[in-house]
Design a protein around this ligand. Sequence first.
Ligand SMILES: [Zn+2]
Ligand SMILES: [Zn+2]
Length: 144
Amino acid sequence: MNQAQFATGQCRCGQITISISDAPVLSSQCHCKDCQRLSGTGHFSLAFFDESSVTISGQATGYTVTTDRGNRNTRYFCPKCGSRMYGINTGRPGKVAIPVGILDDNSWYEPDVVVYTRQRESWDITRTDIPNFEEMPPIPPQTS
Ligand SMILES: [Zn+2]
Ligand SMILES: [Zn+2]
């Protein structure tokens, strides 16, 4: 029957739903200016999952940018209600970035790192007891 589920989520209007079977492989809180514009606030709280554990239903629209590392980052949103749903970055093959606010239960969330603190505004106070990076840290080697 049903695979054990780690988390479920949806956009505001419910047209897009997400189901995730396994725990994230990485969590980061990003203060880059793109995340500020796209969220309309000071940062995005992101969890990264293996794409094999993520099932997405519904029609999302993507917007692609080239990052400061030269990767292509496509962020998908609901064309009807505007919720930001997930992102795919060529610098992180096989991983899906999910803004945890779209998940039904995100009480488990804990960022591993804070990134792009160079662009963090002084009014957006965040944790300093975990690693903070001025930009994107080197992507750790894959452990398998
Ligand atoms: Zn929607
Ligand atoms: Zn960002």
